[in-house]
Design a protein. Sequence first.
Length: 145
Amino acid sequence: MNWKPEGPLKFCQRRAMCRVPCEYKHRNLSVRVEEKSRAPAELTIRFLYQGGQTDIVAVDVAQVGSSNWKFMARDYGPAWSTSQAPPGPLQLRMVVTGGYDGKWVWADREVLPRRWRAGEVYDTGVQIADIAQEGCYPCDTHEWE
């Protein structure tokens, strides 16, 4: 298995690898519509300003007001795509993990407008700041080198 970190790493006193929480003050989780996207159905997004010590492990997209969610596939790192995006405006929901547990996080408003455009960045209105709960000894003692 080839594991690649999605956030900054620090090495602890005993050479354990620990994830350092990201902090984006006054910034919400945002999505950038990637250049390879082709409206209305081919949608690839990249998450920006993902705070905390978390991973986004699942993403769904639906038309605002609809309960007909379509899953998105992870392309690489923070990029997700679908070839079946519903017509906009669109809402997103994500499963975010911070340690052992995961939770659904979603914007209860329009994230992408009906006429979304490749290259544009859209604010989800959501902030993620969770810290992993499993501990990373000795990292959880803050004994950084």
